[in-house]
Design a protein around this ligand. Structure first.
Ligand SMILES: [Zn+2]
Length: 298
């Protein structure tokens, strides 16, 4: 185990860790067109990607997330870049690593592959697993300290990604799902309960588990969800990275209304409910992370 990874585990045992905020919505503010391939900016606009990392580091984030959410061959192929997985993910990790220095850890970001596994869809588990291994290996090669499997809806896919990350040597793997409200409580889009989701990735070897994004969920929902996650996760640390409120369309623009102070106040409740890693997803900014830092990094 590298000493940086050891220090990550030690620090997490001592105090909660602060993640960063949104990447996608921040890159859009810097000019990324909606629907364009943000991961290609690791190669084409490295300064802008690093600017996002720099702002989060300055805000006090302990963890910088690489700009590689859609970095599997499946997603990149949709942008004509399916053969550039290694190049893009190595660059994504380099950019975050160069910004982080000794001040933060780098989480190599892995999002969904964008399809559905058999039998619901036509994707073969072996092919999806290979794609996750390819991405995970490149993120580690580029200098990621740990890997973040995020915004998952299918526990089977999340488990494949965690196993893939472990198989290529990741020493610390975080897995988070996007939940929504349903008649039976919080569930993924695929209908899975919190307990099912947590069990699947713990069996696959995840080192931390939790929730992120979830467009329908309020911060009050996230507080209840945190308690459910903590109950399901046992001794495994829980991470929560909500959106800055539910998105609303204001003047044709998607707007996230939660203020930095409101977000930080909610963070205090997540920590009281047992969360050990906190950060933000869509709509959260460096100002949100800075407001959280005072609470988390005591
Ligand atoms: Zn999000």
């Amino acid at each position: 185990m590298s000493s940086r990874l050891e220090l990550l585990r030690e620090t997490l045992a001592r105090r909660p860790l602060l993640g960063d905020g949104a990447t996608g919505t921040q890159l859009q503010l810097l000019g990324l067109a909606p629907g364009a391939c943000g991961e290609l900016w690791c190669l084409d606009q490295p300064d802008r990607v690093q600017q996002v990392h720099r702002h989060y580091l300055a805000a006090g984030a302990d963890l910088l997330t690489t700009n590689s959410f859609g970095g599997t061959s499946f997603v990149l192929a949709g942008h004509g870049a399916g053969a550039r997985v290694r190049e893009i993910n190595i660059a994504a990790a380099h950019l975050a690593r160069a910004t982080a220095g000794d001040h933060a850890w780098v989480l190599g970001d892995i999002g969904p592959f964008g399809g559905m596994l058999e039998p619901l869809g036509d994707a073969q588990p072996d092919e999806v697993a290979a794609a996750f291994r390819e991405q995970a290996a490149a993120l580690l090669e580029g200098g990621a300290d740990a890997l973040l499997v995020e915004t998952m809806s299918d526990p089977a896919e999340a488990a494949l990604a965690v196993q893939a990350a472990k198989a290529v040597g990741a020493g610390f793997v975080i897995a988070t799902y996007s939940f929504q409200q349903s008649a039976g409580g919080y569930r993924t889009m695929m209908g899975n309960t919190v307990a099912e989701c947590v069990a699947a990735v713990l069996a696959a070897g995840a080192d931390a588990v939790g929730a992120n994004c979830g467009t329908e969920l309020s911060l009050a929902d996230y507080e209840k969800l945190t308690a459910e996650l903590v109950a399901a996760a046992g001794a495994t640390p829980v991470i929560v990275q909500p959106n800055a409120g539910s998105p609303k369309l204001v003047g044709g623009q998607i707007h996230y209304a939660t203020s930095p102070a409101g977000f930080a106040a909610a963070t205090a409740r997540f920590l009281a409910a047992g969360a050990r890693l906190v950060g933000g997803c869509c709509g959260s900014t460096a100002e949100h992370i800075a407001a959280m830092a005072a609470l988390v990094k005591r």
